[in-house]
Ligand binder design. Sequence first.
Ligand code: TTJ
Length: 660
Amino acid sequence: MQVEIILRGLYNGSYMAKNNSSEYSAQQIQVLEGLEPVRKRPGMYIGSTDITGLHESLREIIDNSVDEALAGYAKNVWITLNPDGSASVSDDGRGIPVDMMPAYKKSALEVVMTKLHAGGKFGGSAYKISGGLHGVGSSVVNALSQWLWVEVRRDNKIYRQEYKIGKTQTPVEIVKESKLTTPVSAKTGTTVTFMPDTSIFQTGEFDFDIIKKQIRERAYLVPKLYFHLLDKRKEEIKELNYYFEGGIVSLVEKLNENKETLHRPIYINKTDGDVQVEVVIQYNDSYSENVESFVNVINTINGGTHLTGFKMALTRVINDYGKKAGAFKNDEDSIIGDDTREGLTSVVFLKMPQDMIQFEGQTKGKLGNSEVQQIVNQIVKEGLSTHFEENPSDARRILEKVYLAAKARLAAKAAKEAVIRKGALEGSTLPGKLADCQEKNPAISELYLVEGDSAGGSAKQGRDRKFQAILPLRGKILNTERARLDRMVEHEDIKNLIIALGMGIGDMKNLEKLRYHRVIIMTDADVDGEHIETLILTFFFRHMPEIIQNGYLYVAMPPLFKIQRGKEIHYAYREEQKDEIVKNMKNGSAPVLQRYKGLGEMNPEQLWETTMNPENRSLKQVNIDDAEEADAVFTMLMGNEVPPRKHFIQSNAISATLDI
Ligand code: TTJ
């Protein structure tokens, strides 16, 4: 799995807290510079100019309305895809101010639309999500639009201003009628309609489903905001409405849809200084864990301090309650964190000022603020123990569930010890499936983990047996999510893998006995391949993280295309590279293109040449962040239940191609 696929639209946004004290006025707008640089280097402002960038620009506009809703004013956002290809966004908020800013001799509206502002923020007091990803705002979208017009409804008037590629075309005029064809009845509010400039964007065509996902994500996090999406581009008008009464309570209910829940959602909401903590907890009768965390509108896929604080509190409160209720007879009976998360569906939603947030990790999917851990811990501890006191039947059901998980864990541990004692893994004989290398020095030995027997066969013939060993895996390994260690070591493929690696597992692990310092996952570049890669990464992440930490785990990169003309053969590892090669071959007869669907299509020599020969191949070293992301994806994809998977797929534009 390429880690890129599991990246969510990372959104470095912030949150605008309701702020009554600072009535907004034109003076609060800070101005930095004009829009000239934006058209020169659009990618720096909007991320990319492909379809993602196109929708990022729409989101940039939508988030202005979402901010107005978060601030407590807008109740509706209308998004219209117009027949001419432009997009309109309207809300029923207060409307962008149109009063003059003496310092700039321009209306606030014009300043907002034509100047780059600092960090997307208006003054110091507002925490907004707009101006998110690249610290820009609507002016960037304006600059990248062939044309754009804004209408502000305020004081029973409609004000309008028009622009082309970010340049003002008309003064702010009071007009009789709106240009917007979507019926928006509100007396106040803002409308922006823009036509993406296709000399900038590779495509100007908006995608209904991408927009649907964008607003869906927002809808859960902004309770009571109505989203109306209207696609008027075809004769048959498509319409979609999103509204979640309960915010993250609705999200948890959605995740638990079609499951037997043990109690009604427990909702905790408290603010400590600058930090607002919202948590929903609801157990179901399954064994899978589904805990999602957000900071402002960012889905922190790798968790972080807010999640750690939450987990600590959960374990603590349930343990304390169990002891008080006399459920645990002796000390060994006390539960551990894992026990408290079987069948748990939870959302941890933290809101804090944008400029305080510290993200960590390669993909910035992890919250790093250390002070947050204690704040969340404290708030959840108080909230949950109060709930338990007031709702003893909820507490009892949860306790029973958790207690059962603890018992299962202890039983599994005993079984595991039995298996290890039996010497299941001390096989002095290497697995029959392993084609080992001649080299005995781990530092120069490589182990290829290959999907399927046929690709395994090619790899065995193509390899350099001096230092390359091949272990074919059968495909879908197993659902390690629920399979505890004891059951896992009984699985043939995993057992072979553990024995081949030579370093043991569990308490018996010894890294010094590892037989290969390059363990290379080689799978097809298709959905199944990705799946298996996720599985293997998850296995290593959970059971042999040292292999990853030492940089011993790699992913092979087989080519996607073979381009041949007569004896001249090229391989391309990416789509663009293929195009480039074909372009450079234009003079003679047309080259023959072959798209590799799997490793099995390559003969042994080709496999060696393209993927295994250290001279030509490229390997991707797996780091712990990659593996952690794989683990997070895996937990969602492999959970017992379908809905969270669906949710994951729907909320990830790119990974929607994963067909599970
Ligand atoms: C209203 O007065 C108080 C502070 O916030 C002001 C404001 O600008 N509100 C606002 C802006 N609501 N909606 C927008 C907006 C909506 C769209 C579709 C596009 C843009 C650029 C802004």
